[in-house]
Design a protein around this ligand. Structure first.
Ligand code: HPA
Length: 256
């Protein structure tokens, strides 16, 4: 990466479905398609550009993963291992993961933002299966860094963006949940559901990278208050709510 002109990184960001436009604010941007980077995921999902973008955003050097690969694309929970592993060569800067999510809470309505406080992984797959050494037994208390969460909350207050918070439950996708699964998730203590992020958090924590997760609530969970999620809605609502996320990230980065 250094040979491509990437040196310091103050913060890395993974942009989820419909959120790619945030990378347009980057100045002096170096953009590299994942297809040109060994070990980076191939393929595509509509709403994801799949390129790395490096440059200055609100005075900070950022590495933006414009689009992620998901477990549901090929059944590999470690599909983001190489992209995230790259960060260790740059001092493991903080990582902000964004995603689109369904809400299980009447307080978090479609179009709003939510901070992830913890997660539930009952899918089965874990990206560290097959890893060796004691480092694979990654502690997951405070996996979503309390310090970063505090900073994001303060940034949200500063720019008057309302920020819910809750536990994110990972479903493999690509089919959406059934109403019965959503009722189960609620009973188990989930507030948000989605098809990404959790394997990335586990991979990042494996490298001691501090992580925060931000969801754009694109819909209510299946069967709740008429919730009937579909991909076009996810993409379109995320793109609209991206404005608030942009403001929040600006405030967060300028105080970093
Ligand atoms: N379920 C799973 N993933 C999602 C949802 C949902 O309701 N909305 C956006 N991504």
């Amino acid at each position: 990466m250094a040979e491509r002109g990437i040196d310091t990184i103050d913060c890395a960001l993974v942009l989820g479905t419909g959120l790619g436009a945030i990378a347009e604010d980057v100045q002096d941007a170096l953009r590299i398609p994942y297809a040109d980077l060994p070990g980076f995921p191939r393929g595509e999902v509509s709403g994801h550009a799949r390129q790395l973008c490096y440059g200055t955003l609100h005075g900070r050097k950022v590495l933006i993963y414009q689009g992620r690969a998901h477990y549901y694309e090929g059944g590999d929970p470690a599909v983001m291992r190489v992209p995230l592993g790259v960060m260790t060569a740059f001092g493991s800067p903080p990582l902000i993961l964004t995603n689109a999510a369904g809400s299980l809470s009447a307080e978090m309505r479609p179009g709003s933002l939510a901070l992830i406080t913890d997660h539930i992984n009952l899918n089965g797959p874990n990206p560290l299966v097959g890893d060796h050494g004691d480092g694979r037994f990654v502690p997951m208390v405070d996996a979503y860094d309390p310090h970063l969460r505090g900073r994001l909350k303060r940034a949200a207050q500063k720019v008057a963006v309302s920020l819910g918070e809750g536990v994110y439950m990972w479903f493999s996708g690509p089919s959406f949940e059934t109403p019965a699964e959503i009722r189960m998730a609620k009973l188990l203590g989930a507030d948000l559901v989605g098809m990404s992020t959790v394997p990335e958090v586990i991979l990042a924590r494996r490298h001691d990278i501090r992580v925060a997760g931000l969801s754009i609530v694109t819909n209510m969970g299946a069967g709740l208050h008429g919730g009937a999620p579909h991909h076009a809605e996810t993409r379109d609502v995320a793109a609209v709510a991206a404005g608030a996320l942009r403001r929040l990230l600006r405030a967060f980065l300028s105080e970093l």
